[in-house]
Design a protein. Structure first.
Length: 218
């Protein structure tokens, strides 16, 4: 969003979002929200509405209501295609795969040509990222979903890079990945520290340096 210099055009708040406030670096609190950004390429050939969210709705009804709001907003901008992006829970990989799903065979073929693999049959796409597809299809809009492999326990710039490498050729969009590459190196250093700390704890535990009887204080 920052690279494209997309302009924020709307915010969506809902009682279906979790009951907490988010606090920024200045200490200012705000409610969870979904944000909508608008981008128009310099040659005016590519027009995007980019949607980001702080969290998922906390109920089945909320999932469908928010997803339908997104579809309605996309239709208001005469969008021809809706693409959702999410994570696919998996073991750590140096080169995460990107799983794809779509509302038409032709669109799925475009995803695979761009580097995605077909989402495994019978594996549900949970949450808004999944239900957006059939809801969009019901209105006559094409829709696709891209899921980057990730263990999910920390932010995963490696998975983000994999998804972008599929998404950018699909949209004929150029994005500089330099900053993301730096974040990947930082994440790799963090993972190495976590792994070493875990190994040290396990070794100390096995050697009896750490008591195997744990207590809990509340």
């Amino acid at each position: 969003i920052s690279q494209l210099k997309a302009k924020k055009i709307a915010e969506l708040y809902s009682p279906h979002f979790p009951y907490y406030a988010l606090v920024d670096e200045r200490g200012i609190a705000r409610l969870p929200k979904t944000s909508f950004y608008y981008y128009l390429s310099g040659d005016k050939k590519l027009e995007l509405v980019i949607i980001t969210g702080d969290c998922q709705p906390q109920s089945n009804v909320g999932q469908y209501e928010i997803a339908q709001k997104i579809v309605d907003y996309a239709r208001a901008y005469s969008s021809k295609m809706l693409i959702s992006v999410g994570g696919y829970s998996s073991a750590r990989r140096k080169h995460p795969r990107v799983f794809g799903a779509a509302t038409t065979v032709e669109l799925m073929a475009q995803l695979t040509r761009a580097g995605a693999v077909v989402n495994e049959e019978g594996i549900p796409i949970v949450g808004i990222a999944g239900i957006l597809l059939p809801l969009a299809k019901a209105t006559g809009m094409k829709a696709a979903c891209l899921l980057g492999e990730t263990p999910g326990y920390i932010p995963d710039p490696r998975a983000a890079r994999s998804v972008l490498k599929v998404l950018t050729p699909l949209l004929n969009l150029k994005v500089d990945l330099t900053k993301l590459e730096r974040e990947i190196k930082e994440a790799e250093r963090l993972e190495e520290k976590i792994l070493k700390a875990t190994q040290s704890f396990e070794e100390a535990f096995e050697e009896g340096k750490i008591s195997k009887k744990f207590s809990y204080i509340s």
